[in-house]
Design a binder for this molecule. Structure first.
Ligand SMILES: Cc1cc2nc3c(=O)[nH]c(=O)nc-3n(C[C@H](O)[C@H](O)[C@H](O)COP(=O)(O)OP(=O)(O)OC[C@H]3O[C@@H](n4cnc5c(N)ncnc54)[C@H](O)[C@@H]3O)c2cc1C
Length: 314
C-alpha cells in the first residue's frame, strides 16, 4: 500500500519538530481546530500543535526544531493571528501550556509567556498593583503582547516590562535581557521567542483599578465592533488606517462571512462562517484602495499562520 504523503510547508515537513517533541515528551495536539485558537473564530486546522508546559521544554523544543531547519510558529492567544484555510502543516508551538504568574519579593511580577494579561493583572491585584487596565478586553498573552508591543490609549506594554527572558534558537539557552536592550516601537516588540517576562507595576487600590478597567472597556465597546476579529488589521503608523478605509467607502463591505466592520473600518469581523481567504480578500481590498485613492501604504499588523506566503499575498 502506498505510504500516505505528509503535507509540506515551505520549510520542510515538520518531521524535525515532531521527533524532538517525542524525545522531550512534549504534548502534541493533532488536527487542532484553528477556529477555537484564533479570536477571528475562522480559518482551518493545524496538523500538529505542540504544547510545552515549562519554559525549559519550550526552549529545548524550539532550538531542536530550528536546528533541524524548521521554523515553528509561536501561537499565544491567537488574537492577532489569522490561521489559513485548509490544513496548516507548519509546526505550531502553542504557549498556553506555560501560564505561571507570581508576585516576587522585590515587588515585580513574573509571568510565563502563555499567561494572559488578564491573569497577570489578577495576580498583581492581590498585591494592590495594577497598570495594565488600558489593555482590558485585549485577549493577549504575555509573549504575544511583547512581540507586538501591544498598546492602546497612548500606553504600551513596553512601559511596564522590566526584563524579558528570550530563547537562543541555536543553543536553546534562556537569557534575561533588560527592556532597554529592546528597540520597542509602534507595534514593534521583542524579536525572537519570549519565554517569560518581569513587570514593574504601579500600586493602585482595587477601586482605582476597577474604575480604570471599566473606563477602558467602555471606550472599547464604544469604538470597536463586538463581533469576532483580530483587532486592527493595519498598524496605525501610516495614519489612521480606519479613517482612510472609511473615507473610501469600505465600511460594511462583505466577502462571504467576513465584513469590514461598519463600526471601525480597520477591523475585519467574522459574521459567521468567515474564512481566512475572505479575511485576506478584504484586507487586500483595503490596502489597495487606500494606496490607490490616497497614496498611503498600509502595513499589516495581523500575523498569518500558513504554509507559506504573507497575509496580503506579496
Ligand atoms: C478585540 C480585540 C482588540 C484588540 N485591541 C488591541 C489593542 O488595543 N492594542 C493592540 O496592540 N492590540 C490589540 N489587539 C490585537 C492583539 O490582541 C495583540 O496584538 C496581542 O498582543 C496579541 O497577543 P496574542 O497572545 O493573542 O498573540 P498571537 O496572535 O498568538 O501572536 C501574535 C504574534 O506574536 C507572536 N508570538 C506569540 N507568542 C510569542 C512568544 N512567546 N514569543 C515570541 N513571539 C510570540 C506570534 O508568532 C505572532 O507573530 C486586539 C485584538 C482583538 C481581538
Amino acid at each position: 500500500m502506498e505510504k500516505k504523503r505528509r503535507g509540506r510547508y515551505d520549510q520542510g515537513t515538520g518531521e524535525g519538530t515532531a521527533e524532538a517533541a517525542a524525545a522531550l515528551g512534549v504534548r502534541v495536539v493533532r488536527d487542532a481546530d484553528g477556529a477555537t485558537l484564533s479570536s477571528y473564530r475562522g480559518g482551518g486546522r493545524i496538523a500538529r500543535m505542540y504544547v510545552p508546559d515549562t519554559p525549559q521544554l519550550f526552549a529545548a523544543l524550539y532550538a531542536a526544531a530550528v536546528g533541524s531547519g524548521e521554523q515553528p510558529f509561536l501561537l499565544g492567544g491567537g488574537s492577532n493571528t489569522l490561521i489559513d484555510d485548509g490544513t496548516v502543516n507548519r509546526p505550531v508551538i502553542w504557549t498556553r501550556g506555560m501560564r505561571k504568574v507570581r508576585a516576587e519579593d522585590d515587588g515585580r511580577v513574573y509571568a510565563e509567556c502563555g499567561a494572559t494579561l488578564r491573569e497577570v493583572s489578577a495576580v498583581a491585584a492581590r498585591k494592590t498593583m495594577g497598570g495594565l487596565e488600558f489593555l482590558a478586553g485585549v485577549p493577549a498573552t504575555v509573549g504575544g503582547a511583547l512581540a507586538m508591543n501591544a498598546g492602546a490609549f497612548g500606553t504600551e506594554i513596553a512601559d511596564y516590562v522590566s526584563e524579558i527572558c528570550v530563547l537562543n534558537p541555536v543553543s536553546g539557552e534562556m537569557r534575561w535581557i533588560d527592556r532597554d536592550d529592546v528597540s520597542f516601537g509602534h507595534r514593534m516588540g521583542v524579536r525572537g521567542a519570549v519565554a517569560a517576562a518581569r513587570f514593574v507595576l504601579p500600586c493602585v487600590t482595587a477601586t482605582e483599578s476597577a474604575e480604570r478597567r471599566a473606563y477602558f472597556l467602555s471606550e472599547r465597546r464604544r469604538r470597536q465592533p463586538a463581533a469576532p476579529s483580530l483587532g486592527s488589521v493595519f498598524t496605525g503608523e501610516a495614519g489612521a488606517a480606519g479613517i482612510y478605509a472609511d473615507a473610501a467607502g469600505l465600511k460594511g463591505v462583505r466577502a462571504g462571512g467576513a465584513e469590514i466592520s461598519p463600526v471601525h473600518a480597520n477591523f475585519i469581523v467574522n459574521l459567521g462562517g468567515g474564512t481566512a481567504s475572505e479575511f485576506r480578500f478584504l484586507a487586500r481590498l483595503v490596502r489597495d484602495t487606500v494606496r490607490d485613492f490616497y497614496g498611503v501604504n498600509l502595513t499589516a499588523e495581523v500575523a498569518l499562520l500558513s504554509d507559506g506566503g504573507t497575509l496580503l499575498g506579496d
